[in-house]
Design a protein around this ligand. Structure first.
Ligand SMILES: *Cc1c(COP(=O)(O)O)cnc(C)c1O
Length: 369
């Protein structure tokens, strides 16, 4: 049997390139708490992404929790059921009530037209997700937030390096949260970050991720331990040297799939967003009624050939036991999300996916039944 092909595989630079970083850490004996690699990575990442203020975190989920804390979000937060569970979990962990609104079936992002009707006197924030790196309708969302006095925290875990209208997508909203988990386009094994609009907010975030310490004897708030270690930061610096090459390789695979599925009955690639420089974090297809077999049967067929596609995002967050009881999880409220969750399949996309493997995947999907 050929070796398994997963939906993603982390890019790892040649091991010898990492050795000098490790030697440096051994020499410094500064392992965490804002060491030199941590400082350097914050600087280089902000520069690379085209943002001014960025705080590194141990992972994206702790960054989401901290983003909600620093803005002192209370009550209800409007969010999407079509995401990874961490989006909504971060609300529950802060004692907040998620209010789910439906998605737009073209972008798979929160439908801006559904937001206003979900606002109540308890609503304090909106937490949208740039799903698969496709920009949310940031202008419309900001307009609603301004009208009702709400904060906007973007879960930008899929949006590393994405540019919208020539600028970093991460500049929108009050805060944007990134994940550098091993499965993401850019990874530090585990890691994450918050992009903030000014130095004061970044400072408060930096206190919060270090237990709330503002100096040796002053604790400004009940903070958490969200610090990224020197090893992760060093790896992040090395990854940054390769990231443009990684994105370029993903782009070629995206183009191959897109071209090959064009005109295939029952298979739809996601529409390419306008005014966007993408980083190709996922390649979702929709398996429609016209396709000879169901989405789940296609998933199983691929699996039998050792190809592990993923149903991101199925089941919906709103279908999980800790959310099911909320009034906003009613299926009639989330029809598009339910429809897409039944059809979506994310195909393998990563730098080392060979052309041969891409062709095998294509043949299995478009070949005879
Ligand atoms: C990966 C991911 C997260 C969580 O990030 P971690 O770094 O794994 O904690 C949150 N939201 C979305 C949409 C994600 O894809």
């Amino acid at each position: 049997m050929s070796k398994p092909i997963y939906v993603t595989q982390p890019y790892l630079p040649p091991l010898e390139e990492f050795t000098p970083y490790l030697e440096q850490i051994w020499e410094n004996k500064w392992l965490t708490n804002g060491g030199p690699f941590h400082q350097q990575l914050e600087k280089e990442l902000a520069e690379y992404l085209g943002v001014e203020h960025l705080s590194l975190f141990t992972n994206g989920t702790i960054a989401l929790l901290t983003a909600l804390q620093v803005l002192r979000i209370t009550g209800e937060v409007i969010t999407t059921p079509y995401s990874f569970v961490a989006t909504a979990h971060s609300l529950l962990w802060n004692g907040l009530r998620p209010v789910f609104v439906d998605i737009d079936p073209i972008t798979c992002n929160m439908a801006p037209d559904k937001i206003e009707q979900a606002i109540t006197p308890h609503t304090t924030a909106i937490m949208p997700v740039h799903c698969y790196g496709t920009p949310c309708n940031v202008e419309r969302i900001q307009q609603i937030a301004d009208t009702y006095g709400l904060k906007v925290i973007y879960d930008a875990a899929h949006a590393f390096g994405v540019k919208y209208k020539g600028e970093s997508l991460l500049l929108h909203g009050d805060l944007s949260v990134l994940s550098f988990h091993a499965t993401k386009v850019y990874n530090t094994f585990e890691g994450g970050a918050i992009v903030s609009p000014n130095a004061k907010t970044k400072q408060r975030i930096d206190f919060l991720k270090n237990f709330g310490f503002a100096d040796e004897i002053t604790v400004m708030a009940p903070g958490i331990n969200g610090k990224m270690s020197e090893i992760n930061a060093a790896f992040g610096l090395l990854q940054l040297k390769h990231i443009d090459n990684v994105i370029e390789k993903r782009k070629v695979i995206d183009a191959f799939y897109r071209k090959s599925f064009n005109g295939v009955k029952g298979i739809t690639s996601l529409t390419e967003p306008a005014d966007t420089k993408r980083t190709f974090s996922y390649f979702p297809i929709l398996v429609g009624d016209e396709y000879p077999i169901s989405r789940d049967d296609l998933y199983i067929k691929l699996k039998k050939h050792n190809i592990y596609s993923r149903r991101y995002f199925f089941p919906l967050i709103s279908e999980m036991p800790m959310y099911r009881g909320l009034p906003s999880t009613n299926k009639t409220n989330l029809l598009s999300a339910h429809m897409i969750a039944q059809q979506v399949l994310c195909l393998p996309i990563y730098p080392d996916l060979s052309i041969q493997d891409q062709k095998t995947i294509l043949d299995l999907i478009t070949g005879e039944f």
